[in-house]
Ligand binder design. Structure first.
Ligand code: ADP
Length: 365
């Protein structure tokens, strides 16, 4: 008996996406399942190009197809598994009705309990890392009180341009970005009060010509102020990630940030630990701030831990030079960021496939 495409599809019904917990056929991920003599061709459309489970899915597919081929006595030499990706929208509603940014598929906020923990650093490298996988990514500097993106993305010499009433995002390091830091003098932004902050953030988010994006990462101001509230009311957020350094005091602040998102009805996708440890010239790792503190916090709060980044001079230098792409020239940094990118992308996929779209209606008196 020969192995038929139908028989291959049946075999693929036994292969589950480990994150999404359903089989590939039910999830609509099989885009091709053909056989030509001893060659089997399968195309799988993932929910993110940064999927951390590719290898596992590939080996499970190979095992399932070989099993089916053996059953019917069909010799198979090659199983070509091709991966494509289509970042899904949280649900259909987000496309037309409720989102003021219909071209943007996934919106993720990055928050922190307090300033200086590396929230902008993580936001920037998350955005650049997702783009390195081929995703279309935007980065919105929501930190209107202390915008860091002009420096971190090296936007110094790039001119601001507008088309009609829409601002054109900056394009560098494979991502689109927008920051108030390029529109007003930074010291003026610092004295803004609540209602002005609300208005400025709204304009920045909605009056930027983002066009089609797979991911929009929003770097929030530190703490629990007006901007997270504005964001949660304005845009359908898939979720938020909280950046934390390992010390006990930082954990207390991060816990408050988590509670704030939960209070806004925004799912917390996980916690990232920054400045986990320091690698000295002697190659030894020093746990300056008590490495693992954020992971412990994540466990305590029942949240996913998305990974950690060490303190490195290269990261600080690349950030000051506005060259995040250079972080991928450093193998240890690249590994840390790639792990965070994959874990975050996977959590985004999981949250949106579970239909947990956050669009709370909050009344503020
Ligand atoms: P936040 O957005 O939380 O205020 P930033 O991302 O602006 O913090 O980081 C504050 C400063 O610390 C920046 O100069 C940044 O380059 C530096 N920094 C952040 N994380 C690291 C790290 N892991 N290693 C070295 N320097 C870091």
């Amino acid at each position: 008996m020969a192995l038929t495409p139908d028989r291959i599809l049946e075999a693929l019904r036994t292969v589950r996406d480990p994150d999404l917990g359903k089989d590939l056929v039910t999830l609509g991920m099989i885009k091709r399942h053909d056989v030509d003599g001893p060659r089997v061709m399968i195309t799988v459309e993932l929910t993110t190009p940064a999927c951390p489970m590719k290898e596992k899915i590939q080996s499970d597919i190979e095992a399932a197809v070989r099993g089916a081929a053996n059953e019917v006595g069909h010799p198979v030499d090659v199983i070509d598994v091709e991966f494509t990706a289509d970042v899904r929208r949280p649900n259909e509603k987000a496309r037309d009705e409720s989102s003021p940014l219909p071209g943007v598929r996934q919106i993720v906020a990055v928050g922190a309990g307090k300033g200086g923990v590396g929230k902008s650093t993580i936001s920037t490298n998350l955005a650049v890392g997702l783009a390195r996988h081929g995703a279309r990514v935007g980065l919105l500097d929501g930190d209107i009180y202390g915008p860091s993106l002009p420096t971190m993305l090296g936007l110094g010499d790039i001119e601001v341009t507008a088309r009609g009433s829409m601002l054109m995002p900056f394009e560098s390091h494979g991502i689109k970005s927008m920051t108030i830091g390029k529109l007003v003098e930074p010291d003026k932004a610092l004295v803004w009060r609540g209602p002005m902050a609300h208005g400025a953030f709204k304009q920045l988010a909605l009056q930027t010509e983002w066009e089609e994006l797979d991911y929009l990462v929003v770097d929030l101001p530190p703490g629990t102020g007006d901007v997270p509230l504005t964001l949660a009311q304005l845009l359908p957020l898939t979720g938020a990630i909280v950046v934390c350094t390992p010390q006990k005091v930082a954990q207390d602040d991060a816990r408050r940030a988590v509670k704030m998102f939960e209070g806004l009805g925004v799912e917390v996708l996980g916690i990232v630990e920054n400045m986990s440890y320091f690698v000295g010239d002697d190659g030894k790792e020093y746990d300056l701030f008590g490495r693992g503190g954020a992971e412990t916090l994540a466990q305590e709060l029942g949240l996913p831990f998305l990974g950690g980044v060490p303190i490195t001079q290269a990261l600080r230098v690349n950030s000051d030079l506005g060259d995040p792409t250079a972080n991928w020239n450093d193998p240890a940094l690249a590994k840390s960021f790639d792990a965070i990118v994959s874990q975050t992308a996977s959590r985004i996929s999981m949250a949106s496939m579970q239909g947990k779209l956050q669009m709370p209606s909050i009344s503020v008196s």
